[in-house]
Ligand binder design. Structure first.
Ligand code: FNR
Length: 185
């Protein structure tokens, strides 16, 4: 069973991207399961002084969670054409452990936006950051959920657009196969 850690890019309660992530986790193939990772908002802002005083408990727990999964699915908004600060902070913390809990793990990036570009521009910057951690990025297809307000029901935690649901189901099948291929290397 492939364990896929879901890393949320948004901190807010009524998040579109979080709704997409958890609705989609019901679309995984039978040989994969979704594992919740701590939301980046639970972590302190990275500061080398904190690390020097001993890894904060919340960070240590988060690192263990990431170590325990086989692959990552990061579902995030785009902030100002780039990575939301909370998510970048979470990655910065993970990068301070040797070996990095991210290293050699397959990862897929999904962006979600009410806008028409679907947060397309976060992919390039996030992909670069993940490559710096030796992650194995599934580069194509890029998953961008544009016009997300019309495709998701946040209160129900559901995908309401059938084409979006079918696309995400197919993508999760491909990503599971991709991850299993790399796990065997
Ligand atoms: C945004 N938003 C946004 N959207 C986008 O498509 N491209 C962008 O560059 C930005 N930039 C941006 C910056 C900041 C600081 C905020 C707060 C928002 C809008 C964003 O996509 C929208 O608020 C989403 O609903 C946020 O995702 P969640 O929280 O719903 O998952």
């Amino acid at each position: 069973m492939l364990k896929i850690g879901i890393l949320e890019g948004s901190l807010r309660r009524a998040s579109l991207s979080r709704a997409a992530a958890w609705a989609a986790s019901n679309l995984l193939p039978d040989d994969a399961q979704a594992v919740a990772l701590a939301n980046p908002g639970t972590l302190p802002l990275f500061n080398q002084d904190l690390l020097d005083e001993g890894m904060p408990d919340a960070v240590a727990a988060f690192m263990s969670q990431v170590e325990s999964v086989d692959a990552l699915l990061i579902v995030t908004p785009e902030y100002n054409w780039s990575i939301p600060g909370g998510l970048k902070n979470a990655i910065d913390w993970l990068s301070r452990k040797t070996p990095s809990p991210l290293a050699h793990k397959p990862v897929s990036i999904w962006s979600v936006s009410p806008g028409l570009l679907g947060g397309a521009r976060v992919h390039e910057s996030l992909r670069q950051t993940l490559l710096s951690q030796d992650m194995i990025v599934m580069a194509k297809p890029e998953v961008q959920i544009a016009g997300a307000i019309g495709k998701l029901d946040v209160d129900a935690g559901a995908i309401t657009n059938p084409e979006t649901e079918a696309f995400l189901r197919a993508h999760l099948s491909s990503f599971t196969a991709f991850s299993n291929t790399w796990a065997a290397v």
